[in-house]
Design a protein around this ligand. Structure first.
Ligand SMILES: CCCCCCc1ccc(Oc2ccc(Oc3cccc(O)n3)cc2)c(O)c1
Length: 257
């Protein structure tokens, strides 16, 4: 049996919606390497599908509901983790939201409340989660979040979510500075477009998939499993010298003008 890289590590996964979620692929990769997982999901609507997935593949895992726009719910998640698990070694933050009507057309038409909502859920929530996670990461730790190229360059229709991802990427760098002294690392994975439930919210998503197959250096789209493997690397000892970084898992697409 090859030595597993995450034996005995307790890791929280935030953002599983269904079996196509990037968060689910990450959970599978971490579980394969021996990690003990806990999950948060948002809203009763998703509870059943997340519980079915978890009970089938990782029975006994802790499952907690969490709406990241509510500090008291984030507090409750970490109070539960402290009581049930004690020490935390990792957090996967794989959640975001923007109103669909603001993920198409001209960015200039973004509403104030739509802009703030995207920032709140997709960017600020990482700060709120990191603040609470640090307290349980008494043996050091690793935090991973999901970002996208549209936060570095203009990608048609990505609009207000691009602004949120730009903020998320800078959150990673400023948080890396604060958390390094506690031996807590924080990094982002910038994944190429993947057909998930969330991707349905972005107009002309299929067009960009086709462009990737034609133009990306590796001439193919990105899949959840390769993102899962990179997240496992970032959770493990192998990435001990990496923090404040954005790793592109996108077939090299981001290098193109
Ligand atoms: C035009 C850009 C095509 C590539 C987009 C790749 C991508 C796909 C999905 C991504 O994640 C979300 C998450 C929530 C989100 O907001 C949504 C999703 C579904 C419904 C809804 O009302 N909002 C939009 C994208 C993401 O950040 C990036």
């Amino acid at each position: 049996m090859n030595r597993m890289l995450l034996n005995g590590k307790h890791i929280l996964i935030m953002g599983v919606a269904n079996k196509r979620s990037i968060a689910w692929a990450i959970a599978q990769a971490l579980h394969r390497e021996g990690a003990k997982l806990a999950f948060t999901f948002q809203g009763e609507r998703l509870e059943r599908s997340v519980r079915e997935l978890v009970d089938e593949h990782m029975p006994g895992s802790l499952l907690v509901s969490c709406d990241v726009t509510k500090d008291e719910e984030i507090d409750q998640v970490f109070a539960t983790l402290e009581e049930k698990i004690g020490v935390l070694h990792g957090v996967v933050h794989s959640l975001a939201f923007a109103k669909t009507e603001e993920l198409e057309g001209e960015f200039i038409n973004t509403s104030r409340d739509g802009y703030l909502l995207a920032q709140d859920i997709s960017a600020y929530s990482l700060v709120a989660v990191a603040k609470r996670a640090r307290k349980l990461m008494t043996e050091g730790g690793s935090i991973v979040t999901m970002t996208y190229l549209g936060g570095e360059r203009v990608v048609e229709n990505y609009n207000v979510m691009g602004i949120a991802k730009a903020a998320l990427d800078m959150n990673v760098r400023y948080l890396a500075k604060d958390l390094g002294a506690d031996n807590v690392r924080i990094n982002a994975i910038s994944a190429g477009p993947i057909r998930t439930l969330a991707a349905k919210g972005v107009k002309d998503f299929n067009k960009i998939l086709k462009t990737m197959e034609e133009k990306a250096p590796l001439r193919r789209t990105t899949d959840q499993a390769e993102v899962g493997d990179t997240a496992m690397f970032l959770m493990s000892h192998l990435s001990r010298g990496i923090t404040g970084e954005v790793i592109h898992v996108d077939s090299g697409y981001h290098i193109l003008g």
